[in-house]
Ligand binder design. Structure first.
Ligand SMILES: O=C(O)CCC(=O)C(=O)O
Ligand SMILES: [Fe+2]
Length: 203
């Protein structure tokens, strides 16, 4: 590796929030986006595919339980994550957002979208505290790019954010209450894994 390559590789390991962009959505909701945030994204993706005990998901949505076409596993409070860069990511997010959030990110929900047919329908992360209070959900995406779509709850124009390999997207403020999000099906996509870091009692 030449000098430039070494220099970039060194910079890549820092989990820097420089260049983080906040986009207010209205109604007290916002998203932060930082492209290419996660170091070792290739390695993290390969480890997640192989090491997470994936299972088919059923979840409460719109007050009923539905099958969701994707695989899932959630790491609870205090559980070791399958790749050390994910522990570092959670700690970096906790430190960066502490002044605003007032508490750390403690759980890591992992979702595996095997191809374009895997998806998640419109919903807010409203089981637990997200139903009644402002909170944050920080998503790190690895693998093939997919769109995260957002729309105001109760109707209105949707927006969509492309989530690429290593990208960070944080939903904050009232986003889980006043907006909904989804990962729509697409005709062609390779595998993508999303890791969602959440504070205690937010699902
Ligand atoms: O795949 C994503 O990035 C979003 C997942 C999501 O919204 C959820 O699991 O609640
Ligand atoms: Fe969600």
């Amino acid at each position: 590796m030449d000098f430039q390559g070494t220099l970039f590789a060194a910079e890549d390991t820092t989990l820097s929030f420089a260049g983080l962009q906040r986009r207010p959505l209205g109604r007290g909701a916002w998203i932060d986006v930082r492209r290419g945030w996660l170091p070792e994204a290739d390695d993290a993706f390969a480890t997640l595919v192989a090491a997470v005990p994936w299972r088919a998901e059923r979840r409460e949505m719109y007050e009923r339980v539905v099958d969701v076409p994707r695989l899932l596993h959630t790491y609870g409070v205090g559980e070791a994550l399958p790749h050390p860069v994910l522990d570092r990511a959670r700690d970096a997010l906790s430190a960066h957002y502490l002044p605003e959030l007032g508490e750390p990110f403690v759980t890591a929900g992992c979702c595996y979208y095997r191809d374009g047919r895997d998806s998640v329908a419109w919903h807010g992360d409203r089981i637990g505290r997200g139903r009644s209070r402002d909170t944050m959900v920080a998503i790190v995406s690895v693998g093939d790019p997919r769109r995260l779509a957002l729309r105001p709850r109760g109707g209105g124009e949707s927006i969509s954010v492309a989530m690429g390999h290593g990208d960070l997207l944080v939903m904050g403020g009232s986003c889980q209450r006043t907006w909904e999000h989804a990962v729509p099906k697409v005709a062609h996509a390779g595998p993508r894994i999303s890791v969602q870091f959440r504070p205690l009692n937010v699902f």
